[in-house]
Design a protein around this ligand. Structure first.
Ligand SMILES: Nc1ncnc2c1ncn2[C@@H]1O[C@H](COP(=O)(O)OP(=O)(O)OP(=O)(O)O)[C@@H](O)[C@H]1O
Ligand SMILES: [Mg+2]
Length: 387
């Protein structure tokens, strides 16, 4: 990476959890730089990262239901609510006290400095990206994980994307449902027309946002030090995305609307909408070997993923001026010592806050040498001790 881009990246100074997963209460004081959380299996390290991910749109780094995050004791008694409070500080945001709460039903309630806000506002104040062991199969499994991976990054650049995605999905679900109900004619149904209008409009907005993210990521990848992490070549496969490369948004929208109308009977028999941004796929190739990522070794795939996250962080910093918070769960696993040291160096240079978990502190000696580190040890009694 070239230069540290932001003076003080937005970061968490203090994190307090109540009744969140295994943490009845937890109070952590931390600083910008690396926050390394170590401890034996099952002590709640990933739960801390998951709590931070609740400050972003979506269902967090485990894609969990909000109800399941409530603390449950050994007798199976579940608390009614959970809260995540974060004191945030950054050059552009200043100091913010943010809180996210789930109270048993409905969605999350988000407050910033005592005022009710939307989660998108919070995400803007504290952009974040994450990498978890469940993403180790990102290149091998189906396209939906790769779409989510790109969308999560695209969301940090385009605050409106999460609303476009949910509006599109809602209209598509309704269209799929309607196509399963008996109707006299597929071609004249004004309710279907209206849903397809929405899908066309929102679909093109999604595709445009993804293309912008893809281009930003490509620039970030060029800045990545190839010696440490393999450079990926990326492309996006999708009819709307390809359309937008060649034609205007209005034309792509009209074309998509026409095709949906023409394929109603086909989609009805398939039981789903066969075309749209919900079918797009992010393609990743290990550039130096010209090898599809899915055919690379386990360690190579991990290194490609870490490289992609670092490039994303770099792109976000370049585009919006703030280095995102990185949640790197078990990131040292599969990385050799050379790559671990390079990761420490790159993160330090980037200048943001990175939350990193692992079972052994030794794996992070590279960080201690290179950067300000908050080292936190989880104990079997559920406490977090700052070393
Ligand atoms: N809703 C809940 N209430 C109470 N405990 C929970 C809840 N959900 C999960 N847990 C507990 O949290 C623990 C797992 O926490 P977490 O995944 O954060 O551990 P970890 O420290 O990351 O472990 P590892 O090193 O294995 O990754 C498990 O013991 C699990 O039983
Ligand atoms: Mg874990």
């Amino acid at each position: 990476m070239d230069e540290a881009l932001a003076p003080i990246a937005p970061h968490i100074r203090r994190l307090r959890l109540t009744s969140f997963r295994s943490h009845q209460t937890l109070d952590l004081t931390c600083a910008n730089g690396a926050v390394v959380i170590t401890g034996a299996n099952g002590l709640g390290k990933t739960n801390v990262l998951e709590a931070i991910s609740m400050l972003a749109p979506g269902r967090g780094l485990r894609s969990a239901n909000l109800e399941d995050l409530r603390f449950r004791d050994a007798q199976g008694l579940t608390q009614e609510s959970w809260t995540v409070l974060a004191d945030i500080e950054g050059a552009t945001t200043g100091a913010i006290r943010a809180g996210v709460a789930f109270e048993g039903e409905g969605g999350r309630r988000v407050r910033m400095d005592g005022e009710t806000r939307r989660v998108d506002d919070l995400a803007q104040a504290l952009p974040q990206l994450w990498l978890t062991p469940s993403m180790d199969r990102l290149f091998v499994d189906g396209a939906s994980g790769r779409r989510k991976f790109l969308d999560r990054f695209a969301q940090t650049l385009d605050g409106g994307l999460s609303r476009h995605l949910s509006a599109y999905e809602k209209a598509m679900r309704e269209r799929n449902r309607l196509l399963q109900t008996p109707m006299t004619s597929f071609s004249s149904n004004s309710w279907l027309d209206a849903l397809e209008d929405t899908m066309a409009l929102e679909g093109v907005a999604i595709a445009a946002s993804r293309l912008a993210a893809l281009d930003a990521l490509a620039v970030g990848l060029i800045g990545l030090r190839e010696a440490a992490f393999p450079r990926a070549e990326i492309a996006l496969e999708g009819t709307l995305e390809a359309g937008l490369r060649a034609a205007s948004a209005v034309d792509v929208e009209d074309g998509f609307r026409d095709r949906m109308r023409a394929t109603r009977a086909l989609d009805a028999s398939a039981g789903r909408s066969l075309e749209g941004p919900h079918r797009s796929d992010l393609q990743v190739v290990y550039a130096a070997k010209n090898m599809a990522a899915k055919d690379c070794s386990t360690g190579e795939q991990k290194a490609l993923l870490v490289g992609l996250i670092l490039a994303q962080a770099q792109s976000v910093a370049a585009r919006i001026g703030d280095v995102p918070v990185l949640l790197l769960d078990e990131v040292a696993a599969h990385l050799d010592s050379h790559r671990r040291a390079a990761l420490a160096e790159i993160l330090t240079h980037l200048g943001g806050q990175s939350w990193i978990t692992g079972t052994e502190m030794e794996a992070f000696s590279g960080f201690a040498k290179n950067a300000p580190v908050t080292a936190i040890q989880m104990t079997p009694s559920g406490e977090a001790v700052t070393l």
